[in-house]
Design a protein around this ligand. Structure first.
Ligand SMILES: [Zn+2]
Ligand SMILES: [Zn+2]
Length: 169
């Protein structure tokens, strides 16, 4: 469960221990959706008259692509989370660590916050291995499996020279 009764939270803190499925409706088109359910843990407590504080962790695995060769790979995501949920957003409207909850909301739903933290935690630069040679920028061949038939890199200067000459003609 990632949803909490706000009146009960007013009386006592709640333990957070739930899962956010990759199929959950909270994910949007274009998200780096997790490869398997995300484990969401921690403690949710009252932090003022209309504020609640979630201190915890999200952990899961993301299916992403190697930045160099585009091979699919799985990356671990483990993020500490320290967030405020507030019924009002006085001065800190732009503070990314404050989430708004409706003024008469009965439930505090952690899912939008989990989604956001997840997207922040998914690595944007990952390689399948440190010495991944990537793909050839010209023909797109995976250079890890052997050199392609393209001429060596330094020929690009010759190409530039050729195009200058043909421009002159
Ligand atoms: Zn790679
Ligand atoms: Zn090539």
């Amino acid at each position: 469960m990632l949803s909490f009764d706000i009146r009960e939270l007013g009386a006592r803190a709640a333990a957070v221990d739930g899962w956010l499925s990759p199929d959950d409706a909270i994910w949007q088109d274009g998200d780096d959706v997790p490869a398997e359910p995300v484990h969401v843990t921690g403690r949710l407590s009252r932090a003022g008259t209309d504020r609640f504080y979630w201190s915890g962790r999200i952990e899961g695995r993301a299916g992403i692509l190697c930045r160099r060769c585009l091979a699919p790979l799985t990356a671990s995501v483990a993020e500490s989370v320290n967030l405020i949920f507030s019924e009002s957003l006085p001065d800190d409207e732009d503070d990314p660590d404050v989430f708004q909850i409706g003024p008469r909301a009965r439930e505090l739903d952690l899912r939008p916050a989990v989604r956001e933290q997840w997207l922040l935690g998914v690595p944007t630069y990952a390689v399948c291995r440190d010495d991944c040679a990537g793909i050839c920028p010209r023909c797109g061949a995976d250079v890890n499996t052997g050199a392609c038939d393209c001429p060596p890199e330094n020929d690009s200067r010759l190409d530039a020279l050729r195009s200058v000459r043909s421009d002159e003609n």
